[in-house]
Design a protein around this ligand. Sequence first.
Ligand code: ZN
Length: 343
Amino acid sequence: MQVVASAHHKQHATVLQIPGCPIPCFEIPERAEAIWTALSVAQVGKVIEPQDFGVGPIQVVHAQEFLDYLQTAYPSSRPFYEGDQPAIADTYLGRGWRHKPSGFPGRIGYFAFDATCPILQGTWQAAYWSAQIAITAADLVRQGERAVYALCRPPGHHAAHDLYGGFCYLNNAAIAARWLQQGTRQRIAILDIDYHHGNGTQEIFYEDATVAYFSLHADPNFDYPFFWGGAHETGAGEGQGHNHNWPLPLGSTEEQFLAALEEAVNAIAAFSPAYLILSAGFDFMADDPVPLGGGFRVGQDGLITTARRIAKLGLPTVIVQEGGYHVEKLGGYVVSFLQNFDN
Ligand SMILES: [Zn+2]
């Protein structure tokens, strides 16, 4: 399987303990490096650099004012921070808001929904190239590849039309979906197996009948992102019935996870999409160091079954890297997943 990857991710030079961040920033460059090394050692496939498709395909998904903000956030924030200290909001837009701020520091709390997303000097560049990785992979699949893996960092599924959070700035999976459609109404399914609900992807396509979202994730009553991910969130307007959530209880077993996966895969087959995008977060594995809860009890056998079951759909597939924070094991998980997907 071909792999699209770029060293640009290192420009989002996060560290575990970021000043001003209330929780550790688990989304660090070592994650992508570990995956890249493991893929190279296992010779999973040719590793190619992303093409630069420009900002156009990103504008199809995200609001222009949001992109303008992200692109200029670091320089705009400098008067409020010392040296190269990352910009993180301390005040967020809440219920009942009435005024849209025009400058810093208000704007950072308008576009961000949590404190997990520091703005560093190279954050925009890394996010831009992460999106280009997803577009390049989607383009290869559109040209006839059975499946391509996009080693995206930073990840994307928590980023919505004009909102960022959960380590995500641009929604790579959504951008890839729109690239596959090329302005048509061709059906796309997005299956999200990351441990956390992909609230950004859900919101982007919530009223869309052509891109359906299917997600297995931690019940938002006990884990992030808390305000999205319920089973009753089924879409609206034209998109009614095209949003499918499987919130799973704390400590769900491998059997429970695979049973939900079976339902999701069958729902995808019934939707009969032209393409599948897989939001592949490996934090559903039992030993992921998530900050809350004990997660799911999914082991290596569950990982292999998951890969094979999704592959059995027989759809041209873009596999987009999302979360997964066990740096020592993450590379092995990705290799195992891709090898079993290819089998
Ligand atoms: Zn996650």
